[in-house]
Design a protein around this ligand. Structure first.
Ligand code: NA7
Length: 557
């Protein structure tokens, strides 16, 4: 008999809710978390300026009407410390702490067909650094692998709540080990902070993270050099306090709003014009864009017109509108032009959000360095050298992103039926049925995996839907005297075909993005997000369940 019904890997938004939902269904559960605190993404990404690009009222659990009424967000867009406080509140309120084991990295999970259980090996915290030590130059990327001191536990089911963006990447730059100052990756920010006052700082990476941290560094540094390989689109947040009266009024209809979010495409209700951009006069079109620009937030741009995510010329109208905003904000025309993204549609790389990124380039202590035309060649003890110049630096910050989606799962040695490694099964790219189960890996569930709306949705909405579906599936197995559930390869193949077909009917795959694995040298380039949206995805998952888990093989007892 297994030690536990379910092992949950990770204690971020997924792991926290999975513990609650599965325990409420009467199952024995333990979550293992590598960090020395809960929060996942919001535990590790504690760099200055870290903030969610989904509004607080949306980026929060919907499973408890009491929770949503009693918790009060202070701002329109939640900053990292507030999200962490919220998750602590949830763990306290639902008494989840006894079921979460911190400082414990899962290193190996192995399926045993004879007993229909998973054996889960953990490192007992021996190989994991506490957050307080992160960011010191000698650390860089965390180490993985089975510890000699590992302990094992058996479970009937494993739920992988490892997140899509938890395996950081630091570029392999010659000489980095010779650098005399500190260097940091934003995903392993030191708990005690980093003081850049009066320092010359180099920032590499201008995605969502780089764009958030840059103004924070520029505010205190003697000089900030922003090393830009690809310019990204960024829209304003228009962040502001969430006023009491507004909150009270909004919360009166929270239940209805949540239902609308569940049925929406993005997991956030977005009002559209219902018109095509290319059939709308330019002046009227720009007025729609300007209203959205003034209101703040990225998602409203995708809903503005029916064709902006499908037709390149329609998308170009948004792109040109956004480039014009950059040109009117940045005083130096050459710098402005360098900041104007070209070559990929708006949204094909994550649309960034910032209230002060572009204006920051008007400050005399900020320099934009184009490393597309003159790439970084090496780091030397006192700075960094590009093909065109060299820069004296006291500190380097990497905001260079993640080995997304597959990286966090590959960091664990996952062995399914017949001892097949997940790495082998996914050698040509990740595949899953409904983003939740993988053929050849019985009784293992992933959350917001390939084939789900995942990273193209409000993650909390998708996480809750996945976790509730998994809970119901496990409960169904017990009540129908089944012991195992496994996705059929044929169902998985046809699901991934549909996912690909929908994706390529849109413009989203048309960029070298982490969405498709293009940011990691040598990684197979596969676009795996289900782009029809949260509502249709939920309907499909519900139909599969209602049909007795169509596309899955149920067995054992
Ligand atoms: P992203 O979006 O992957 O951005 C990483 C940035 O780092 C991007 O500008 C990259 O340029 C740059 N980068 C990566 N590797 C290098 C090297 N070797 N040299 C120079 N520049 C490099 O990661 P973020 O952390 O900003 O955001 C991840 C997600 O978190 C985001 O999408 C939200 O969903 C939240 P590139 O574009 O590849 O030329």
């Amino acid at each position: 008999m297994a030690d536990l019904d379910v092992v949950v890997v990770g204690a971020g938004f997924t792991g926290i809710y999975a513990v609650h939902a599965l325990r409420s269904a009467g199952l024995s559960v333990r979550a293992f978390e590598a960090g020395d605190g809960i929060g996942g993404t919001w535990f590790w990404n504690c760099y200055p300026g870290a903030r969610c690009d989904v509004e607080s009222k949306d980026y929060s659990y919907a499973f408890s009407p009491e929770l949503e009424q009693e918790w009060s967000w202070s701002e329109r867009y939640p900053a990292q410390p507030e999200i962490l406080r919220y998750l602590h509140h949830v763990a306290d309120r639902f008494e989840l702490w006894p079921h979460i084991q911190l400082n414990t990295r899962v290193t190996v999970t192995t399926w045993d067909a004879a007993t229909s259980t998973w054996t889960v090996t953990t490192d007992d915290g021996a190989a994991e650094h506490g957050a307080a030590e992160h960011g010191a130059p000698e650390h860089g990327a965390p180490e993985h692998g089975a510890s000699e001191h590992g302990t094992t536990v058996t479970a009937r089911f494993v739920v992988m709540g490892v997140g899509n963006l938890s395996e950081l990447q630091v570029p392999d730059i010659p000489g980095l080990d010779t650098f005399e100052g500190p260097w940091y990756h934003t995903n392993r920010w030191p708990k005690e902070g980093a003081d850049f006052t009066g320092k010359r700082v180099g920032l590499i990476g201008t995605g969502s993270t780089g764009i958030q941290i840059a103004p924070e560094i520029a505010a205190v540094a003697e000089h900030l050099y922003v090393f830009q390989r690809t310019a990204n689109f960024a829209v304003p947040n228009r962040n502001r306090p969430w006023e009491d009266a507004e909150e009270r009024e909004f919360k009166e209809t929270y239940r209805d709003y949540r239902e609308e979010a569940r049925q929406s495409v993005l997991g956030v209700p977005v009002a559209g014009t219902g018109k095509a951009a290319l059939e709308t006069p330019a002046q009227e079109r720009d007025q729609v864009y300007m209203e959205r620009w003034k209101a703040g937030g990225g998602m409203p741009f995708f809903g503005a017109f029916t064709d902006v995510v499908f037709v390149r010329e329609a998308n170009d109208t948004v792109a040109e509108f956004m480039r014009d905003r950059i040109r009117e904000t940045v005083a130096d025309p050459e710098v402005a032009e360098l900041l104007c993204p070209t070559g990929f549609p708006v949204g094909a790389k994550r649309l960034c959000q910032s209230d002060d990124y572009y204006a920051m380039f008007n400050e005399p202590n900020v320099t934009l360095v184009d490393i597309r035309s003159a790439p970084i060649e090496s780091v030397f003890p006192g700075g960094l050298k590009t093909a065109a110049d060299s820069y004296e630096l006291d500190a380097i910050v990497f905001a260079t992103g993640f080995d997304a989606i597959t990286g966090p799962l590959f960091a664990i040695d996952v062995r399914g039926a017949g001892g097949v490694a997940l790495r082998e099964a996914w050698a040509r790219g990740p595949r899953a049925y409904l983003g939740v189960a993988i053929a050849g890996f019985p009784n293992m569930f992933i959350v917001t995996g390939p084939g789900s709306p995942g990273v193209f949705s409000n993650m909390v909405v998708s996480i809750e839907q996945h976790v509730e579906w998994i809970r119901d599936c496990i409960t169904y197995l017990a009540s129908h005297e089944y012991g195992t559930v496994e996705a059929n390869a044929a169902a998985q193949d046809s699901w991934m075909e549909l996912v690909t077909e929908i994706a390529y009917s849109t413009l989203f795959p048309l960029a070298d993005s982490w969405y498709a694995g293009a940011n990691i040298p040598g990684k197979p380039r596969v676009f795996t997000s289900y782009l029809a949206g949260c509502g249709p995805f939920r309907a499909k998952c519900d139909a599969v369940a209602a049909a007795g888990y169509e596309g899955f093989a149920l067995g054992g007892s």
